[in-house]
Design a protein around this ligand. Structure first.
Ligand SMILES: Cc1cc2nc3c(=O)[nH]c(=O)nc-3n(C[C@H](O)[C@H](O)[C@H](O)COP(=O)(O)OP(=O)(O)OC[C@H]3O[C@@H](n4cnc5c(N)ncnc54)[C@H](O)[C@@H]3O)c2cc1C
Length: 478
């Protein structure tokens, strides 16, 4: 049998459920015509519509080169094809199947609406040629639908979701599978040779790894050296307290099972210390949001989870959006965070919450603008986590923070960057500011000598306006 393995956001050979299933099916088949072709489809128009960041595009580009080598070692060659959008995938795949006499297609399931619609169309097109399309569960430990509440519905609150997740988890679910080597020649067509050029803008992602060995080393190092202290360090952006593995999870260079297996290292979750348990919780948050988009496709259409919150009349000034994007708001913790995002494609989680709260509840601007900007810059952009994070911060989401919880950007800075070292790293113009004033430099006598803006809004005043804005929306019902 000849098979096709279609890679999407699962760019790895280790512990890739669809790849392992495809190799098994091909190897078990009885005829002599065995072979497996791998495929990745670049969809520039679709990526643009999804605001895929040029840095993530570059990481994908680089990763496709290293993946090609990894697959070659398994006797599989990778074809990288470009079509405009998801709509063009069914015809491309059926043509390839005909050209290579492919009898089965394999891929890992994705849960976003456009992706599920694409897969339904591909399945339909392949069915016309009697080619089965097997979608495997790979992205989460528990596939959406396998964890339900007592009413048989999906969880709308994280804590019971996590409790059920942990109750149902068995160590076997974190077993990491290696693919077997295929002992036949690769299906190959020189036309598919990947030249490393993507028909999409890219920004250098060199500070992130593109090969599996380095990513696994990072994971191992984090699990051994930093996960035990994760609980106490994770909120301080100046510390190296979190894993920074999100870019690899986002494009699937790393599976969630690999993370959990490494963390557990033979133990049961109950045997983890507090720091390690908290890190596991974050991986479960990731899964919570994956389940949510599957059950609430409206989230993929730009809708809010909480109906009344769609009545919010965002009253902010458009000009402030650009100031926020550039990190020129006059609030050091916000500005430093935005500079970190703009320069590295990554932002610390505490700061993602701070800048998202600032955009929506200080600048009174629509969370959709922040969501799109994040996607356009993040190297770890992931629709479910990003939408979940934005709707959590804007209090429009599922199990979100209440609308009256509004971060004070000065207090957040003082609490989580007490000596101002993070702020000074990203805003060198504040280097000389005494620690006492580093999160409110306008109070320092020498402020006029600095090349740093005045705050564009006054927090206390904006807070009152935000509360009224939310109250009005809530009062107008759903
Ligand atoms: C406004 C906002 C936008 C966000 N956008 C994204 C995004 O586009 N992509 C993304 O991966 N995460 C996003 N997050 C979640 C979180 O900030 C990042 O996953 C985290 O900062 C990545 O750093 P890390 O790998 O060091 O995380 P760690 O703290 O080491 O956590 C390990 C992994 O768990 C997952 N994770 C951690 N926190 C969350 C969370 N709150 N929700 C979902 N998954 C989580 C990530 O895969 C992460 O890599 C967003 C959060 C907010 C508040």
């Amino acid at each position: 049998m000849r098979g096709l393995i279609w890679f999407r956001r699962d760019l790895r050979t280790l512990d890739n459920t669809a790849l392992i299933e495809a190799i098994r099916a091909v190897s078990d088949s009885q005829n002599n015509e065995q072979g497996l072709l791998a495929l990745f489809i670049v969809t520039p128009a679709q990526w643009k519509e999804h605001c895929l960041s040029p840095m993530q595009a570059d990481l994908i580009r680089q990763r496709l080169l290293t993946l090609t080598t990894e697959l070659k070692a398994l006797n599989i060659s990778l074809a990288v094809e470009t079509v405009d959008s998801f709509r063009d995938c069914p015809s491309l795949i059926t043509e390839l199947c005909q050209r290579f006499d492919i009898e089965r297609v394999f891929a890992n399931a994705e849960y976003e609406l456009n992706e599920t619609s694409r897969d339904a169309l591909v399945e339909e097109a392949l069915a016309e040629h009697d080619i089965p399309f097997t979608l495997c569960s790979d992205k989460c430990v528990f596939m959406p639908g396998s964890l339900l509440n007592k009413q048989g519905s999906y969880f709308k609150v994280f804590t019971p979701f996590k409790k059920t997740w942990l109750q149902n988890f068995s160590v076997e679910q974190s077993v990491v599978y290696k693919p077997n080597l295929l002992d036949f020649n690769a299906l190959y067509d020189p036309e598919f040779e990947y030249n490393g050029i993507l028909d999409y803008p890219t920004v250098d992602s060199v500070q992130w790894h593109d090969n599996t060995k380095d990513v696994i080393t990072e994971l191992r190092r984090f699990a051994i050296e930093r996960a035990p202290d994760y609980q106490q360090d994770r909120d301080f952006p100046a510390l190296d307290g979190t894993s920074q593995l999100s870019p690899y999870l986002a494009i699937g260079m790393l599976s969630v099972r690999q993370c959990i297996a490494r963390l557990l290292n033979g133990r049961h979750p109950e045997q983890l210390n507090e720091g390690e348990q908290t890190w596991l919780s974050e991986l479960i948050w990731r899964e919570f949001y994956q389940h949510l988009i599957y059950f609430e496709p409206k989230l993929c259409k730009g809708r809010a989870f909480v109906p009344w919150s769609e009545n919010i009349c965002w009253q902010g000034e458009n000009a402030h959006l650009e100031k926020w994007q550039k990190g020129e708001t006059g609030y050091p913790i916000v500005d430093a965070a935005m500079k970190q995002l703009n320069q590295t494609g990554w932002m610390h989680n505490r700061l993602r919450m701070v800048v998202a709260s600032f955009l929506t509840k200080d600048l009174l601007l629509d969370w959709h603008d922040g969501e799109a900007y994040f996607m356009s810059k993040l190297v770890d952009g992931d629709f479910a986590a990003n939408n979940g994070g934005w709707q959590w911060s804007a209090s429009t989401g599922c199990d979100a923070q209440p609308y009256f919880r509004i971060f004070n950007p000065i207090a957040q800075g003082q609490r989580f960057d007490p000596d101002g070292s993070f702020v000074k790293q990203w805003l060198p113009e504040l280097q000389t500011v005494p620690t006492k004033y580093v999160h409110s430099p306008w109070l320092w006598a020498d402020f006029p000598s600095l090349d740093y803006p005045d705050p564009i809004v006054e927090h206390k005043q904006q807070r009152e306006q935000a509360l009224q804005m939310y109250k009005d929306a809530k009062a107008s019902g759903s």
